[in-house]
Design a protein around this ligand. Structure first.
Ligand code: HDE
Length: 704
């Protein structure tokens, strides 16, 4: 793939330059800048004698090493990040004074961290989980963190329940298992006893929880926020990120295998895409609505287990984010970045969503432990581009050298500086708020099932099948029958067909439904097409799609080169895969260079496979069970397969079906042609690849 390396001309790169270190041509030093003469041997009393305390160089080196690790994030520990920019499509000042939307074409630097939630820092990327999608906008008026997820709702409605939720989903405390998985008793115990989880559970069991790439998933701010203009007028807003590459997912069997084949699958994908100049892009969408509209909704906009269906309020695309630069250093950028739901700028404000309110406290609090004190905002990746002037002082690791004798306000000795910004500063929306102190919830929060059902009925057959299978898998792992039963009882309130299919998969009969939390009948939503993953196929063709060309001695080298070049031209990532890496004698043309072995590049790492023509295909492929396994998994995971000439022998050896299981129709993703038709066949193959998968091929259990 052509390398177009961009340094990304972002304003944040310039302040970060202050912290960047380039060792080229430099002597090794201690942390005090003293040149080190010998970095191999400690100081000893005689060559065979004891090491001396005096060896400050050894002690400094070891001491620093001893303290290299910091606590991982209590949730979202596993993540990957990138720099980029946000560009506003329009001047939105009539709606919000937030700096990024101040003018058409205005660019604001961003740093985005994607993450899983439950797994520890070293856990696999492709586990079934929610993905974090946290964006730090370095605006002219300070940092704005939009700390979202790839699912627009949450499990619980009140911050009070968050530690319980997380304790339930994390590895069980007695034995530390399972890692990065919700498929265990404590999670489903908690979930089934908290019916407010119903809506989120449906999303969590859907393919949203196993994205193909961070580049191919949506992001959501989840809560209702407010946008405020310079006159102080405010509207409600839900934030959406919409990937231009479309929304695409893995299939479960593939995701599980990928966790072994490449635990860094999403991290690598993001890194390689940016490194090769295929910059991930997302549009920012706003759902804007008034207090009057909100009052008419059949749900409470303060309830984070509810969406605002796009049919009720359209999503307006207001700008685009481009991620164009990988971090230089994982620790100092991706690990030390500190997001906070309370970091907003003038023009954006909160609502009383009780989950959001708890978050406003949690994030800063957690950084104090994780990053070792109150000055984490001075870590380069966290510093704002806007200058900081206040009277906060001291604390561990303070960087700023505040001059003068004044560190209080009001003062006369410093001319009253720094002075209050007044109306130019952050002004909270003067919301009327009066009430009795209570612990409780508004009535509408109790409708736990209507939107869960909305999600279910909006899914395609394929997506519904996957959801049923996910419930079956997760509950099969649950050891306590009463918990399985309670989940079925909850699902019965969502949809009877769903509950029946899951019960069937578990060999159970249906229990009585869980008693609902309210007497009000659930609101009946019509299906929402926007909730299906297939609603967003994306418009980037086969860019970044990984294609394996399986090669063995005698392969038609001319054909292989032509296919390879054509895929590269379209921005795909072709690679030659064979038994062993290195030179391979081709049937025509110069020897080929096998880039990856079956062992190092197993089937799950590829979005499609091509088996070129080969003089030795008959003997080569019929005896090669590894290659057969490779194409079987491509088939099972609904990916396109193209066989040219005698390359078709491999499909025959692997018993790949040519027809779809229903309707006797030819499978559009299993293409076998004579070499003479290679050009036309490659075009067909690319078209199927661009559509991601041939899900119509799927059966349960799989045919191959
Ligand atoms: Fe978080 N969450 N969260 N969360 N969250 C954290 O902050 C918390 C919630 C989200 O890449 C922590 O710095 C509470 C919803 C992301 O660094 C912590 C509640 C959403 C990230 C925390 C929630 C999120 C975090 C752990 C319920 C989607 C990773 C480390 C009241 C809108 C950010 C840290 C990154 C991280 C608390 C619920 C998104 C402990 C108390 C809802 C993307 O502060």
């Amino acid at each position: 793939m052509a390398k177009r390396k961009s340094m990304g001309d972002n304003a944040i790169n310039r302040p970060l330059d202050r912290a960047r270190v380039d060792d080229s041509g430099r002597e090794l030093t201690t942390n005090q800048g003293v040149p080190v003469a010998d970095n191999q041997n400690s100081l000893k009393a005689g060559l065979r004698g004891p090491t001396l305390m005096e060896d400050f160089i050894l002690r400094e080196k070891i001491t620093h090493f001893d303290h290299e690790r910091i606590p991982e994030r209590v949730v979202h520990a596993r993540g990957s990040a990138a720099h980029g920019y946000f560009e506003s499509y329009e001047d939105l000042r009539a709606i919000t004074r937030a700096a990024p939307f101040g003018a058409k074409g205005k660019r604001t630097p961003v740093f985005v961290r994607f993450s899983t939630v439950a797994g520890e820092r070293g856990s696999a990327d492709t586990v079934r989980d929610v993905r974090g999608f946290a964006t730090k906008f370095y605006t002219d008026e300070g940092n704005w963190d939009l700390v979202g997820n790839n699912i627009p709702v949450f499990f619980i409605q009140d911050a009070m329940k968050f530690p319980d939720l997380i304790h339930a989903v994390k590895p069980e405390p007695h034995n530390g298992m399972p890692q990065a998985a919700s498929a265990h008793d404590t999670f489903w115990d908690f979930a089934s006893l908290s019916p407010e989880t119903a809506h989120m559970l449906l999303w969590h069991m859907s393919d949203r929880a196993i994205p193909r790439s961070y580049r191919m998933m949506q992001g959501f701010g989840v809560h209702t926020f407010r946008l405020v203009n310079a006159k102080g007028e405010s509207v409600f807003c839900k934030f959406h990120w919409m990937p231009l590459a479309g929304t695409h997912s893995l299939v479960w069997d593939e995701a599980a295998r990928l966790a072994g084949a490449d635990p860094d699958y999403h991290r690598r994908d993001l890194w390689e895409a940016i490194d090769s100049g295929q910059f991930p892009e997302y549009e920012l969408g706003l759902q804007i609505f008034s207090e009057e509209q909100a009052a008419q909704f059949p749900f409470d906009i303060l309830d984070p287990t509810k969406i605002v269906p796009e049919e009720m309020v359209a999503v307006r695309a207001v700008g685009k984010m481009v991620l164009d630069r990988n971090p230089d250093n994982f620790f100092t950028e991706t690990e030390q970045v500190a997001f906070c739901a309370a970091h907003v700028v003038p023009g954006i404000d909160f609502t009383n969503d009780p989950l959001l309110q708890g978050r406003l406290h949690s994030y800063i609090d957690t950084q104090i432990t994780r990053l070792g004190g109150a000055n984490f905002h001075e870590i380069p990746i966290n510093t704002s581009l806007a200058q900081i002037h206040n009277n906060q002082r001291d604390g561990l690791h303070r960087q700023q050298i505040n001059r003068g004798r004044v560190s209080y306000e009001p003062n006369s000795l410093a001319g009253g500086c720094p002075f209050q910004a007044g109306a130019r500063g952050f002004v909270s929306v003067p919301e009327q708020s009066q009430g009795r102190e209570v612990r409780g919830k508004p009535e509408l929060f109790a409708d736990h099932y209507a939107q869960a059902r909305l999600f279910w009925i909006s899914q395609s057959n394929t997506e519904q099948r996957h959801i049923v299978n996910a419930f079956r898998f997760e509950l099969t792992r649950v050891q306590t029958p009463a918990i399985r039963e309670r989940v079925l009882a909850l699902l019965l309130n969502v949809d009877r067909a769903l509950a029946t299919a899951v019960a069937e998969g578990l060999g159970m009969s249906l229990p009585a439904p869980l008693p609902p939390a309210t007497d009000r009948p659930p609101y009946e939503y019509p299906p929402s097409a926007a909730l299906s993953l297939f609603a967003r196929p994306g418009a980037v063709g086969i860019h970044t799609r990984r294609v394996a060309l399986l090669v063995a001695p005698g392969v038609d080298g001319t054909q292989v080169r032509a296919m390879y070049a054509s895929l590269l031209d379209d921005g795909a990532v072709p690679r030659l895969v064979g038994d062993r890496i290195g030179p391979l004698a081709a049937g025509s043309g110069a020897p080929l260079d096998v880039e990856i072995s079956f062992e190092a590049g197993p089937s799950v790492l590829w979005d499609g496979v091509i088996v070129p023509d080969s003089a030795t295909a008959q003997t080569e492929w019929h005896g090669n069970v590894v290659a057969q396994e490779f194409v079987k998994l491509q088939y099972r995971h609904a990916k396109p397969l193209l066989a040219l000439g005698s390359g078709g022998e491999l499909l025959r050896a692997a018993k790949i079906p040519r027809k779809l299981p229903r309707g006797g129709i030819a499978d559009p993703g299993v293409i076998e042609v004579e070499s003479a038709d290679a050009v036309e066949a490659l075009a067909r193959f690319k078209a199927v690849l661009a559509q991601h998968r041939v899900y119509a091929r799927e059966t349960d259990p799989p045919r191959v």
